[in-house]
Write a protein that binds this ligand. Structure first.
Ligand code: PA5
Length: 444
């Protein structure tokens, strides 16, 4: 019995059973490529065994560092972009109250994920006199957004605590051996954590990249790893029902029929950032060689009042995967009202989660009727164990899905194009020719 349930019962009019059968051999081949390391990008499959094969000594150091940050900081500022922050922010949002009460635990905030000076200014203003630590996260150690924010915040930290004490408040999560951040961390004596070589950024949430911020925020990182380990065990064998394999196959069948955009929907605001993490996982893994499903997300029922019209009746290239949480962390009872002016007494005594479930079911049916293939993924709750399980579910699904679509799901060559242009425009040494070329093009 698996912890989460992937259901396709609303796909009948979009996918026929023989189509699933026809994908069996291809899925078998994709799974072998993935498991045996014969597929493209095979050096980046560390996430497959990470839930059981991780550095235990480092895990303890993460717990110790988290306890130190909890003791000496009101705020942990995580500096990173893409895979170096999305998973941590998604996990913290998933696990915490939507309105955390002021507590003894530090507030974990994120920056270095844009080039906005006003964002960083506002963060520094808000920080005020609070005690803080920095967790700078970058696999390459040279990402511009991250490096700029780190340089500015490091200066603030040194001003507040002095050079030596500041160094003890900086935690660098980066490559084991190379990169500018690693070099600086070594020279300045920062505590460092490793992003393993065989882990791409978007697959790194269960490494120190995600674990340190999650632990500082009070998340149960042991349970998170246990959940992922359980998924690893449950999905060790290929099965085309209620599994990441089935999810990968269904979305590929649909993609080949012209459903080129997939929306990941949730019905819980705590899952909003999970959608952002998932978009990177899917988009960066699959969008290459001029193909791939475009990943988008919607927060329901909120977005039914904005995107709902398009989903119901717009261009028919959408498929949806709806996340449903069976037992949300809390609920609210709808009270009886003697006057009933709002005419809601027919719901009195019901819970908001009950109403939300009717909305979920109503949306599934409406969108199916509107020509949108809907898949559902039911989570039992929003605990750390479930989240770990879900993370592994999606990672495995995208690995299989990428191979089914004939691409390397583990590289991201396209991410470099804007960086080169930005360096060219900024006049970075070594980019002089590109600088002139781009300036010429911009003037036309
Ligand atoms: O998934 C990826 O590899 C990217 O999105 C990276 O996470 C992102 O570009 C940040 O890179 P880095 O961790 O090297 O700073």
């Amino acid at each position: 019995m698996t912890l989460i349930h992937f259901k396709t019962n609303y796909l009948k009019k979009f996918v026929h059973s023989q189509e699933l059968e026809q994908m069996r051999a291809l899925t078998q081949a994709a799974n072998e490529e993935l498991r045996q390391g014969t597929g493209a990008g095979h050096d980046f499959r560390g996430w497959l065994d990470l839930p059981v094969d991780y550095d235990q000594a480092e895990f303890k150091r993460i717990q110790t560092a988290a306890a130190k940050i909890q003791a000496d900081s009101d705020v942990l500022i995580c500096i990173g972009i893409g895979g170096s922050y999305l998973g941590a922010q998604a996990a913290i949002e998933f696990l915490q109250s939507s309105f955390p009460l002021p507590s003894k635990l530090p507030k974990v905030v994120f920056c270095g994920n844009s080039l906005s000076g006003s964002y960083l200014h506002d963060l520094i203003e808000w920080l005020g006199e609070r005690d803080f630590s920095l967790n700078v996260i970058s696999k390459s150690g040279t990402t511009t957004e991250t490096s700029i924010a780190f340089r500015i915040l490091k200066r603030l930290l040194v001003k507040k605590y002095g050079e030596q004490a500041a160094a003890k408040r900086i935690y660098a999560t980066t490559d084991r051996a190379k990169g500018a951040l690693k070099t600086e961390a070594k020279a300045a004596g920062y505590e460092t954590f490793v992003i393993p070589d065989d882990l791409g950024g978007r697959f790194s949430v269960l490494s120190a990249v995600g674990l340190l911020p999650i632990a500082v925020a009070g998340g149960d990182i042991k349970a998170l790893m246990h959940g992922a380990a359980e998924a690893r065990q449950d999905y060790a064998e290929l099965s085309l029902s209620d599994s990441p394999y089935e999810y990968a196959v269904m979305r590929n069948i649909l993609y080949r029929k012209g459903y080129t955009t997939e929306l990941l929907d949730n019905f819980e605001p705590k899952l909003r950032m999970l959608g952002e993490w998932w978009k990177q996982l899917m988009g960066e893994s699959e969008g290459k060689d001029e193909k791939g499903i475009f990943p988008a997300s919607a927060n329901l029922t909120t977005d039914l009042h904005s995107l709902g019209q398009y989903i119901q009746q717009g261009r028919r290239n959408l498929m949806e995967t709806m996340l449903w949480v069976k037992q949300p962390s809390e609920d609210q009872l709808i009270p009886e009202d003697a006057e009933n002016l709002d005419q809601l007494n027919f719901l009195a005594g019901k819970t908001m989660n009950y109403v939300n479930r009717q909305a979920f079911q109503g949306v599934v049916l409406a969108h199916t009727d509107g020509g949108v293939p809907v898949m559902t993924l039911e989570l039992p709750d929003t605990t750390a164990k479930t989240l770990g399980y879900l993370i592994y579910f999606f990672e495995l699904a995208v690995g299989i899905s990428g191979y089914l679509n004939g691409i390397n799901p583990f590289n991201q060559p396209g991410v470099e194009a804007y960086k080169r242009n930005m360096f060219g425009l900024l006049g970075k040494p070594g980019y002089e020719n590109l600088h002139e070329d781009l300036q010429r093009r911009l003037q036309h």
